[in-house]
Design a protein around this ligand. Structure first.
Ligand SMILES: *Cc1c(COP(=O)(O)O)cnc(C)c1O
Length: 452
């Protein structure tokens, strides 16, 4: 087809695509327009118009944000949505999504309340802090903390070893600048002593900020000042601990700074994430003294960072689980995965291998190691069984790409020319699903590459 007159009408093409008609028309219109441009360019490499329209139609009909299977072994995987929620958190979010709720209704008095009331007491109880405030993520919490403590142009004192970058665009010096505060660097990259802080603080100091170097570790000749010593200097301390380890009885969290410790030390504001090791929804939590929290709450930025009702419901449900530490460890997926028993992983790996073999795929149980992810516990290696898949005559990277594009997408690891499926980050049901997806992807590769 190389003549504009040969193009079918949008309406006729749309009827061939099916329902919903509005989307079929949109897809047909785009396909015809693209073909018209092609013909005008004199490009005669005609691909089947109907095929192209079908592809566009499928894309329009399929949601973009959707469930995926994580066989990467990275528990808090930012690209894959960080923390899966506990069942009670999912239910809580669904319940307030379906209908109206008492989000900001004071049911006793019949007037307006604060959405913060749903989590404030829980956070006070769990952290030991005088007061609490939640916003939409930890980056916002840190910005709000800096703005409310020193946004009038006063200084925030930070160790040069803590001017960290937390993923992409969140760099401590830039966050402080954006808050309206001035950054006062102290110490050296590898060593900062209490005396360095002492020399730097004065009239113009608004706060000391401590940032947890979440996603890396410095080894060797290093020194940092403990939160207790910093709090003894008589200047308000903002402690950005990142992940916010709140679980009790979990030695695996040992390396992470705990919320309670910073609160007990007397930090003015402690900031942490809702969807890292806490295992809840995206949220930023501030806990601390009555006065600093009141200042943060009344800062104009607080309104712009307001947490939404779905996240708030899920956060409340997650925090409620922390009241019963054993339940928290069993029901919060991130905590479960961090300490999954070897027998459970072994059983899942065995089942996945059997299902793959039954689908004609060569697989075996091997040893591997998972990571906490989310910038937390960067040195932790959670050893355990994983499933290695022989991609047969196909390139492992090619099969991995097919798996990413499957429905649902399956994210795997590559190791020494093989595919590696970590079972720690899959549920039992997902492992069954993963076996089917791998078998399908291998069949598809066979079709595309022809008989080998
Ligand atoms: C992850 C992290 C943040 C940002 O948290 P988000 O919830 O992703 O906004 C800030 N500070 C530290 C130390 C972190 O580890």
């Amino acid at each position: 087809m190389n003549d504009l007159r040969d193009l079918p009408s949008v309406e006729r093409l749309a009827t061939q695509l099916g329902e919903p008609h509005e989307l079929a028309v949109a897809a047909a219109r785009e396909a015809v327009a693209s073909r018209r441009r092609q013909v005008q360019r004199g490009d005669g490499s005609a691909t089947a118009l109907l095929e192209e329209a079908k592809e566009l139609f499928d894309r329009l009909r399929t949601p973009s944000l959707a469930r995926a299977l994580n066989a990467s072994g990275v528990i808090v995987h930012t690209n894959l949505g960080r923390a899966p929620l506990a069942p009670s958190a999912v239910e809580a979010a669904a319940a307030v999504a379906r209908g109206y709720s008492n989000l900001e209704a004071d049911l006793d008095e019949g007037g307006r309340g604060s959405r913060q009331m749903h989590v404030r007491d829980l956070l006070r109880e769990l952290s030991g802090a005088e007061d609490a405030l939640v916003v939409n993520n930890c980056a916002a919490a840190v910005l709000l903390a800096a703005a409310s403590m020193a946004g009038d142009g006063r200084e925030i004192v930070v160790s040069r070893g803590q001017l960290v970058e937390i993923g992409g665009s969140f760099r401590m010096p830039e966050v402080i600048e954006a808050s309206g505060a001035r950054l006062r660097e102290v110490g050296a990259t590898n060593r900062t002593r209490l005396a360095d802080y002492e020399h730097a603080i004065g009239e113009s100091t608004g706060a000391i900020l401590r940032a947890h170097p979440s996603n890396f570790r410095m080894l060797g000749f290093t020194e940092e000042v403990a939160v207790e010593a910093l709090c003894g200097l008589g200047v308000p301390v903002i402690d950005d601990i990142g992940s916010g380890a709140l679980a009790e009885g979990m030695p695996v969290l040992g390396e992470e700074p705990g919320v309670r410790r910073s609160v007990a030390a007397g930090a003015a504001l402690v900031c942490f994430s809702g969807d890292k090791l806490l295992g809840g929804p995206q949220a930023g939590v501030l806990v601390g003294g009555e006065d600093p929290i009141a200042r943060a709450r009344s800062h104009p930025l607080a309104r712009a960072m307001r947490i939404d009702k779905l996240s708030l419901a899920a956060l409340e449900a997650t925090l409620r689980l922390y009241r019963e530490p054993r339940r928290a460890r069993e029901e919060i997926p991130v905590l479960r995965m961090l300490q999954a028993p070897h027998e459970e992983l072994q059983r899942r790996a065995g089942a996945l291998t059997d299902a793959l073999e039954a689908g004609g795929v060569t697989a075996s149980v091997v040893r591997s190691a998972c990571a906490a992810g989310g910038g937390a516990l960067p040195l932790l290696e959670l050893e355990g069984p994983a499933v290695e898949v022989d991609p047969s005559r196909f390139a492992a990277a090619d099969v991995a790409q097919r798996l990413r594009l499957s429905d649902p997408p399956l994210i795997v690891r590559l190791r020494r020319g093989r595919l590696l499926l970590e079972v720690r980050t899959l549920t039992d049901d997902e492992a069954v699903e993963a076996a089917r997806l791998v078998a399908d992807a291998m069949r598809e590769a066979g079709r595309d590459h022809g008989p080998g």
